[in-house]
Ligand binder design. Structure first.
Ligand code: ADP
Ligand code: ZN
Length: 432
């Protein structure tokens, strides 16, 4: 049941001991990098004296901006010749940042991913198709080496080219995939348009979905479409990539591997720690990585931690589904809205198809939100009154969730633009 039983089920006290040991080494290592050397000196902090998880609070947060400014080498803690690979964030928001890995870092990361895959029931007998893009993006190679370490036959197909994806899924009877949730929804549509049923004509049993925010409703829809289990997978390139936190078979929050990271959840405005269950920004410290140690990294991802032990027996604490990035939120007529709130409502309405987008405009000094929603094709041949009633229902359900009234436009499946890579849902065309 466990990939590494001793570590996964370690008691909280033992885990804390292990964390502090690793933290001390990490801080000493970090003190060798130009960035932290300067920072410790400015604050007159003696790295030798920072010894406990509690002492971490004396160290200021590290931000994405710090990583950018430290480009290319200010966070590097080993001689460059020890580095065997670099990865870079996919740059969804601005200039990329770069993370270096030693051979041992990569080995540990592969193990971390294998642990996640084993946890959700993947075994060496699985046929694994990795539909994430290979290259600088960590979702490709990161998951790839984890799956190989587990021993599954791994198909490094990469992202896109749906026809080829479908051919491989069928021909090799793929049992497990790593896929963007937005792409899983689109692909199901394409599979159907080839006259196949993703549930009956494929052999999928496990889907690892992540790299972008998605709601519980989307997960259920994906599971329903493919007749497989879909597990939420969280990671970011600054903290390696996939494998940081992962759902277990109970699908109730993601275990964050605390032998690899020290986790904090803080109020994004004040930086003060949040209580269990309170949503805040996830802050992570690497404690099991040599080339690029990062202390108290502000991920900008919003979540809450769950302290309560999980029935699966793993004592690494869980985080709730990521609600979005603090910078994803948009303000519409004074109301704060996260795209995932809209997604949740849409994916719960059976007539709604698998794609949508949110357009924000300003007309006559007034904000307008237009939500274009694909609906199932058969509905387009039905009567107009029915369509209008559906449109009104969608609008009313959205209104009660987001407390604002969007315009809703129903469109035929396949008509909204799609992207290769993470889905862009919000198009803010308001001129400030
Ligand atoms: P970029 O920051 O350019 O998108 P990354 O590939 O490092 O580059 O993306 C990591 C980010 O993707 C995370 O910080 C988070 O916002 C998002 N993400 C990753 N996995 C999930 C997930 N399971 N749920 C929600 N968001 C996720
Ligand atoms: Zn669990």
């Amino acid at each position: 049941m466990y990939w590494e039983k001793a570590i996964e089920t370690m008691s909280r006290e033992e885990l804390k001991k292990l964390q502090e040991e690793r933290l001390r080494q990490t801080i000493l290592r970090a003190a060798k990098t130009p960035f932290y050397r300067k920072r410790f000196a400015q604050l007159k902090l003696d790295p030798e004296k920072l010894r406990t998880v509690k002492d971490l609070q004396y160290i200021p947060f590290t931000t994405k901006e710090d990583l950018r400014q430290g480009f290319p080498f200010d966070f590097l803690a080993v001689p460059l010749e020890e580095v065997v690979r670099l990865h870079s964030s996919s740059g969804t928001t601005g200039t990329p940042t770069v993370i270096y890995h030693t051979a041992q870092d990569l080995e540990r990361w592969a193990n971390q991913v294998a642990r996640c895959l084993y946890m959700v029931g993947m075994r060496k007998t699985d046929i694994f198709q990795n539909m994430m893009s290979y290259g600088l993006f960590t979702g490709g190679l990161g998951m790839h080496y984890g799956a190989e370490k587990l021993g599954a036959m791994t198909i490094p197909i990469g992202a896109g080219n749906s026809k080829r994806q479908i051919w491989f899924l069928q021909f090799f009877k793929t049992t497990a995939v790593h896929i963007l949730p937005s792409y899983a929804l689109l692909l199901a549509q394409l599979i159907k348009s080839e006259g196949l049923d993703p549930k009956k004509d494929l052999n999928l049993r496990i889907m690892l979905i992540g790299a972008e925010p998605h709601s519980e409703e989307t997960r259920r829809r994906i599971e329903e479409l493919y007749g497989a289990k879909a597990y939420n997978s969280y990671g970011l390139s600054e903290m390696n990539g996939p494998g940081v936190a992962f759902e277990c078979p109970y699908q109730n929050g993601m275990h964050l591997w605390e032998d690899y990271y020290i986790m904090e959840v803080v109020n994004p405005e004040t930086g003060e720690p949040c209580q269990e269950g309170e949503v805040g920004e996830l802050v992570l410290t690497t404690i099991y990585r040599d080339a690029t140690p990062i202390l108290r990294y502000r991920t900008r991802d919003l979540t809450a931690f769950i302290d309560e032990p999980c029935p699966c027996g793993r004592l690494h604490r869980r985080i709730t589904r990521i609600q979005g990035r603090s910078d994803d939120m948009f303000i519409f007529r004074g109301v704060n809205i996260f795209p995932i709130q809209i997604e949740k409502v849409l994916m719960n309405i059976p007539e709604v198809g698998n794609n949508y987008r949110i357009i924000l405009e300003r007309e006559d000094y007034r904000d307008v939100m237009r939500i274009e929603v694909e609906i199932k094709s058969e509905l387009f041949f039905g009567d107009l009154q029915k369509l209008e009633r559906l449109r009104e229902r969608i609008q009313a359900e959205l209104r009660s969730e987001i407390l604002a009234t969007p315009e809703v436009v129903l469109v035929e499946p396949g008509t909204l633009p799609t992207q290769e890579g993470k889905a862009q849902r919000v198009f803010d065309q308001r001129k400030m």
